[in-house]
Design a protein around this ligand. Sequence first.
Ligand code: KG4
Ligand code: ZN
Length: 338
Amino acid sequence: MTVTILAIESSCDDTSVAVIRDGYVLSNLIASQDIHRSYGGVVPELASRAHQANIVPVTDQAIKKAGITINDINAVAFTRGPGLLGSLLVGTSFAKGFALAQNIPLIEVNHLQAHVLAHFIREKDKEIRIPSFPFLCLLVSGGHTRIIIMKSHLEMEVIGNTIDDAAGEAFDKCGKVMGFPYPAGPIIDKLANEGNKKAFSFPKPSVSGLDFSFSGLKTSFLYFLRDRIKGDPDFIENNKVDLCASLQHTIVSTLTAKLVKASIETGIKEIGIAGGVSANSGLRRAVSEEAEKRKWNLFIPGLSYTTDNAAMIGIVGYFKYLRGEFSDQSVIPLARLH
Ligand code: KG4
Ligand code: ZN
């Protein structure tokens, strides 16, 4: 039996629609919203309006690109949360309407679980390694920083969490201070490659156990720049690449140290990274070095599956479909979902 899932992701500022057949991606389209760039962050009201405008054409294109017809779709999966409520509402309402009109099951998906399960997405004609369980994953995005044990496809245990800001937020907020548009993470990554990571040192938060804290870094980065700018108004411009390299090094080494600690404490060597910040080249390098040293079986997702995308929603939808885990029309989106 063939299982074809239409997947909808609208939790933040990307409208994404994918078609997944038997765990393989047939299409995965993303309409990003440039409108937020100049505001220095996502503006919720503008995001939901843009989702409204994008969702029908992106779905239409995803179905066409997959080479299927609407009647081939067996179920519709959508992001229930966590995310911006107005954004989630657009995807949820659309998915509910689609399921009702087509008389097919509706499958709610937790966005965080989807980031982790991105490691299970298959592509036609491409050899792909799939993690086995238990699988330890560092999930780093704009909204979350967690260490998760996946015990099976649909069973996750959070063993580490940020107590304040997420790692992606630290990149974005520090980037904003340097005058970069949103999201600053990819810009810092690019500039960091030309800089000296030891040029400046910023305090690393000391948080017990496997938890994280990034709000102090943002504050100390801000005060550090304020002080330096007093002596040299062009300090940021003159030291841009070194600032980026040093900041990235601080964030990456904090993340990597906790991942190492989690692996030692749990004894799990099946390790992955996921979420938007897992696109960071410094993080990819650092975890690869640890993997080599510590004989980890390491999984790093393809770049298109790091930041928000509907293929990852579709893969969770596929596993839930196989288990018959469906939602009914009374389902509502949840901004907070653990
Ligand atoms: O997973 P994602 O697309 O959305 C959330 O669920 O939050 O993650 C977005 C975050 C943003 O904070 C963005 O700056 C960060 O991922 N990001 C990066 C890179 N690419 C995206 N951070 C550092 N380096 C990158 N290359
Ligand atoms: Zn995300």
